[in-house]
Write a protein that binds this ligand. Sequence first.
Ligand SMILES: C[S@@+](CC[C@H](N)C(=O)[O-])C[C@H]1O[C@@H](n2cnc3c(N)ncnc32)[C@H](O)[C@@H]1O
Length: 264
Amino acid sequence: MDTEQYTQVRNSIKRKLQIDLSNYKDEQMKRRLDSWLARTHLDSWSDYFSLLSGDENELAKFRDYLTINVTEFFRDPNRWDTLRQEILPYLIKNAAENRQVGGLKLWSAGCSIGSEPYTIAMLMAEAAPGTRYSLLATDLDRGALQKAKARGPYSQDDIRNISPAQRRAYLTTTAPHFVQEALQKNIRFQEQDLFADRFESGFDLIVCRNVVIYFTAEAKDQLYTKFQAALRPGGVLFLGGTEIISGPSKYGLQTFGISFYKKI
Ligand SMILES: C[S@@+](CC[C@H](N)C(=O)[O-])C[C@H]1O[C@@H](n2cnc3c(N)ncnc32)[C@H](O)[C@@H]1O
């Protein structure tokens, strides 16, 4: 699609779905939109938007597609091992030294259908059983959040990195798998647009993985600055495997191992 058409489609999407695509990489998004329209077998975007107006189900599917909510439990297991073995003990020690009240404050930003916050909750239960914590889990996609709040159901692909012992401890025994209710008790799910909505502050750990990968350089700049402000001093930002910040000091961050950045 050409630039003029993309601008029109973007405006309609903003009006109908309240998603501002100007923060997402143009070429990638245009390609995704082209293949979406091809899949519908309709001739034009105006036909598609007319169809969308009366169809909540299609609207939800389109929203899912645009926000790209692919996820799984313990995505990139090695990074979660680092969080378990190095970052969490550091955060706990930091909190004790600073006599922090209220326990650790954690945030899964762009939590999709919940695999990421439930991964964090499993990790807290195993690696820091006595530690108090609260976990905010946010996403723009209402449908994804609904599934997260319902604790599933999760597919075999979603749970492939969960060990047999963890499955016994945290999941319902028969397929389709749901997460046990107890794992949800410290989690607060909330709809939030990372660009349009305000951030809470005082976080020890912000996990924002495989989200900024779709954003423009300017949008990333804006987000890293806001994440830094939302961390408490010494707090840690945990990004996805390919989301490397070059020159983190310009955001008031320093590299703290692969995928981890500490607030200076
Ligand atoms: C690829 S998923 C990553 C899920 C999880 N963090 C992981 O790594 O498995 C990206 C998520 O970011 C969310 N997202 C995209 N744009 C967003 C925005 N502007 N504000 C909040 N969430 C957004 C999507 O809805 C989607 O659930």
